[in-house]
Design a protein around this ligand. Structure first.
Ligand SMILES: N[C@@]1(C(=O)O)CN(C[C@@H]2CCCCN2)C[C@@H]1CCC[B-](O)(O)O
Ligand SMILES: [Mn+2]
Ligand SMILES: [Mn+2]
Length: 305
C-alpha cells in the first residue's frame, strides 16, 4: 500500500479545545513507523493550516463558517494532490467538519465514491436543522447531491460542489441521531446500520451488507470516514461527544479489516480524538492507540499476525 498522511488540526467545527492536537498525537504514537513496518510506503504531507478568519460571525446558527470553510478548501486541495499521486489518503483530525474537504478533494480526482461513515452520529444536519450550529454535525449535508437545494450558501462554502449520491452512502454505529437528521436519512433512503442492527446481525453480516449495497451497481473507490466516537466510551473516552453503548474495539477493527480486503479503500478520515476529554493519561492513550490500530487495520494488519 502507498499511503499519504495529511494532518487536519481542525477544531472550529465544534466548541471544545484539544481536538486540534489529534494529528500530532496520532503521529507521536508511531503511526507512520507502524505502517512502514507492515510494508506500506508512507509519505507525510504535514498539517493543513487552519488559521482563524477574523470577524467570523455566525451565519444564522452556523458557527465559525468562514474559518471552517477556508480550512476545508485547503484540505480539499491537499487531498486531491495525494490522490493524483496515486496514494491512499489518510486524513488525521481534528473535528469531523474536515470530511467536507476530505471527501470533496477525494471526489474531485476519483469521481463517484462509496462513503462508509462510521460514527455514533449521522453528521447530516443542514444549516437549517442543526440544533447546535456546530459544523462537525453537518458535513454530509454540503456533499450530497440530493440535499443541494436544501442547503443555503454559507460564507466561504461556495467552492463546495456536491459530489456524493445518497445511494452511495452507508452509516455504521449510529446511536445519537437528531430528529431532523432522521427525517433526512429516511427521506433519502440512506442505508444505515445503527448499533441495534450491529447487535441483531453481527458485525460480519453488517460489513457484508455494507459492501453489497455500495458495490451493487458498480465497483467504486471507498471513502471511509471514521469518527472515533463510534467506539464505546470505555475504549475511546477522549472524544468530544461520547455516547454510551458503542462498538467494541474488536468490532471497530473488524470494520477496517473488511474494508481493506475489498482492495477499494481510497481514502480514510480518523477524527474527533480529543486529549482534553480524557480524564487520565490512560484514557488518552487508550483512545489514541485505538485510532492507530484502526488505521493499521485499513492497510493490511491482521490480528492473526
Ligand atoms: N447531532 C449533533 C450536532 O451537533 O449536530 C448533536 N449532538 C449532541 C447532542 C447532545 C445531546 C443529545 C443529542 N445529541 C452532537 C452531534 C454532532 C456530533 C459530531 B461528531 O463529529 O462527533 O459526530
Ligand atoms: Mn460522532
Ligand atoms: Mn462525526
Amino acid at each position: 500500500h502507498s499511503v499519504g498522511i495529511v494532518g487536519a488540526p481542525f477544531n472550529r467545527g465544534q466548541p471544545r479545545d484539544g481536538v486540534e492536537s489529534g494529528p500530532d498525537l496520532i503521529r507521536a504514537a508511531g503511526l507512520l513507523q507502524k505502517l512502514t513496518q507492515q510494508g506500506c510506503a508512507v509519505k507525510d504531507y504535514g498539517n493543513v493550516t487552519c488559521d482563524d478568519v477574523p470577524a467570523d460571525e455566525p451565519f444564522g446558527c452556523v458557527k465559525n463558517p468562514r474559518t471552517v470553510g477556508r480550512a476545508n478548501e485547503q484540505l480539499s486541495h491537499t487531498v486531491a494532490t495525494v490522490k493524483r499521486e496515486g496514494k491512499t489518503c489518510v486524513v488525521l483530525g481534528g473535528d469531523h467538519s474536515l470530511a467536507i474537504g476530505s471527501i470533496h478533494g477525494h471526489a474531485s480526482v476519483q469521481g463517484q465514491l462509496g462513503v462508509v461513515w462510521v460514527d455514533a452520529h449521522a453528521d447530516i444536519n443542514t444549516p437549517l436543522t442543526t440544533p447546535t450550529g456546530n459544523i462537525h454535525g453537518q458535513p454530509m449535508s454540503y456533499l450530497i447531491h440530493e440535499l443541494h437545494s436544501k442547503v443555503p450558501v454559507v460564507p466561504n462554502f461556495s467552492w463546495i460542489k456536491p459530489c456524493v449520491s445518497a445511494r452511495d452512502i452507508v452509516y455504521i454505529g449510529l446511536r445519537d441521531v437528531d430528529l431532523g437528521e432522521h427525517y433526512i436519512l429516511k427521506h433519502l433512503g440512506i442505508k444505515m446500520f445503527s448499533i441495534t442492527e450491529v447487535d441483531r446481525l453481527g458485525i460480519a453480516k453488517v460489513m457484508e451488507e455494507t459492501c453489497d449495497h455500495i458495490f451493487s451497481q458498480v465497483q467504486k473507490p471507498v471513502h471511509l470516514s471514521y469518527d472515533i466516537d463510534a467506539l464505546d466510551p470505555t475504549v475511546c473516552p477522549a472524544t468530544g461527544t461520547p455516547v454510551v453503548g458503542g462498538l467494541t474495539y474488536r468490532e471497530g477493527v473488524y470494520i477496517t479489516e473488511h474494508i481493506c480486503q475489498t482492495g477499494l479503500l481510497s481514502a480514510v478520515d480518523m477524527v474527533e480524538v480529543n486529549p482534553k476529554c480524557g480524564r487520565t493519561d490512560h484514557e488518552v492513550k487508550s483512545t489514541v492507540n485505538a485510532a492507530v490500530d484502526l488505521i493499521l487495520g485499513c492497510f493490511g494488519r491482521v490480528r492473526e499476525g
